[in-house]
Ligand binder design. Structure first.
Ligand code: ATP
Ligand code: ZN
Ligand code: MG
Length: 510
């Protein structure tokens, strides 16, 4: 990696003879500390260098070259600070602003990208031999200070990698598989439920109206999750907000890929009825919603509807120091639906735009979470084997870019702890157990210190804190069960029927 930055420092007033001499001497003889600070001892040959400098009236230009370790933009900011204090004391001259006039990044490539790559802030990307040359211009101080360049470099490599992985989103590896179970049916649950009139599609895309019998099934699933998994392990219920402002997703990182699936929320520009008078009158006359007129009266989006329930749960602990006797902190939310724009991916009641999940979140010491994960997996296995009596399996999934970076943890059992376990069920209506695509009906993740760091959640003894969560999809549990057990409750397992209680009757339509 070679980085070449033309930095320009604009002075508050013209620099005179003595000042010019002082700066020249400083740049040529006294910048070693600044260039070497933070450089690993065995990388001294890769120290950044000042290639050129030029002082003209009220501006200083410095050309900085660097490698990977201490990067040119950090040197530019260090120089700003040291030159400021030098000039301020003796000459009463300040630095008004620093600009990265041009920043040229030469990045080595293992693979030459097949298609052009676009990255915000980057004016031009060209390939020269085994290097990609990225050119950026007119960068302000915030840009240079806040790691933007480092993230641009990572993003570039990620995009190159993605071109070679094509549509493959995840690395998948089987962890465990239940006994084979002969299914009672091979029919598709949604079609069956529709035929019975227990379900009604809509009113909006990816939404269903669940009549009493199927509502009772969803609630049964909820009771089983709470009574058989969460309560025995000590989880306590919280109620998390379902409108999530961007500030929360900025911290959790959900804004790095969930954007196409978010339902955004815009409040009205005013609560004043006079602002809305035209829209109201139009409705009174035409009995129609005038969408363009409504849009004119909406603010910019402030965030979106719940995508996953955990972000506001982490936010609830933002900046908190938790008493050590509390760990592991075990909470869950089941208070409202989640929303995702699944577009063409919608399917039955199992892949919908509005769905219900229970989400347990856990925060504790690494060893506590390792133990908890085991226990949760045991409880889940009990539910699927002994209450549902279904055929299911677990798989280890890793986003492809982590798989590529050798972070799948396949080799090291300890590294396997972090990451996501997907639970999948066989859906016989989709085909044979060997060949059909199974349904992911829930997952369990341990994310390490990612969120505890992002939200500055601390232990009173200042020990390392990890966190994790599990997404229990109620529609997915229901489909997993019905797809194998059918709709005739006489065929359902005894343990399941205990939780179901009396099955509500369906309203008769004529
Ligand atoms: P998929 O790959 O099926 O889209 P996902 O990886 O997007 O799932 P997660 O974000 O991991 O799902 O969400 C966890 C759980 O939430 C899933 O295991 C599932 O139970 C539920 N879930 C996610 N999306 C939907 C949906 N569109 N409809 C119903 N349940 C869903
Ligand atoms: Zn989560
Ligand atoms: Mg999804």
């Amino acid at each position: 990696m070679k980085l070449l930055l033309d930095a320009e420092y604009l002075l508050s007033k013209e620099l005179t003879g003595d000042g010019v001499q002082k700066i020249k001497k400083y740049i040529s003889d006294e910048t070693k500390d600044i260039l070497y600070k933070g450089l690993p001892k065995d990388k001294l040959s890769e120290a950044p260098k000042i290639l050129e400098s030029n002082i003209s009236r009220d501006a200083i230009s410095i050309k900085i070259e660097s490698g990977t370790y201490v990067r040119a933009h950090s040197v530019a900011i260090r120089l700003k600070n040291s030159i400021s204090s030098l000039l301020g004391k003796e000459f009463k001259v300040g630095i008004k602003k620093v600009t990265g006039k041009t920043y040229t990044l030469s990045l080595e490539l293992d693979k030459i990208p097949k298609d052009p790559i676009k990255i915000p802030f980057v004016e031009n990307i060209s390939i020269e031999g085994n290097n990609a040359i990225l050119v950026l211009t007119n960068l302000d101080e915030e840009f240079l200070t806040k790691n933007y360049v480092d993230r641009i470099i990572n993003l570039f490599y990620e995009k190159v990698e993605a071109q070679f992985w094509g549509g493959k989103g995840e690395h998948w590896e089987l962890i465990s598989k239940s006994e084979n179970k002969e299914p009672i049916t091979t029919k598709d649950p949604t079609s069956e439920l529709l035929a019975l009139g227990w379900l009604k599609q809509g009113p909006s895309q990816g939404q269903w109206f669940y009549h009493a019998p199927i509502a009772a099934l969803l609630r049964t699933m909820e009771r089983i999750a709470v009574e058989e998994v969460l309560k025995p392990l000590g989880f306590i219920e919280v109620i998390a907000p379902k409108m999530v402002p961007f500030e929360i997703w900025e911290k959790t990182g959900h804004l790095s890929g969930s954007e196409p699936e978010i339902y955004y929320i815009s409040p009205p520009i005013s609560r004043d009825i006079s602002v809305w008078e035209e829209v109201i009158d139009l409705y009174k006359i035409t009995k129609k919603a005038y969408v363009e007129k409504i849009r004119e009266r909406m603010r910019d989006p402030i965030g979106g509807m719940t995508y996953a329930q955990c972000p506001p749960m982490y936010w609830a602990f933002d900046g908190k120091t938790i008493d050590d006797s509390e760990f592991p902190v075990l909470i869950y939310d089941k208070s409202g639906p989640s929303y995702r724009w699944e577009a063409g991916g919608r399917q039955g009641i199992e892949r919908v735009n509005e769905f219900w999940r229970i989400e347990p979140v856990f925060i504790g010491y690494p060893e506590q979470l390792i133990e908890l994960k085991e226990k949760m997996m045991e409880r889940y296995a009990y539910v699927f084997n002994k209450i549902f009596e279904i055929e299911w399996r677990t798989a280890w999934v890793t986003p492809f870019y982590m798989a590529q970076a050798g972070q799948t943890g396949i080799e090291k059992e300890t590294e396997r702890i972090k990451g996501t376990v997907d639970y999948e069920s066989w859906i016989p209506s989709r085909g044979s157990r060997e060949e059909s695509e199974w349904l992911e009906f829930q997952n369990l993740s341990i994310v390490g210190d990612k969120y505890t760091k992002a939200f500055s959640i601390k232990s009173s003894k200042n020990k390392e804190l990890w966190s994790g969560c599990s997404g229990i999809g109620l529609q997915r549990w229901t489909v997993s069960f019905l797809a194998q057990k059918g709709l005739d409750s006489d065929n359902w397992p005894k343990e399941f029927k205990k939780y179901l209680g009396e099955f509500p009757r369906q309203i008769k339509f004529v």
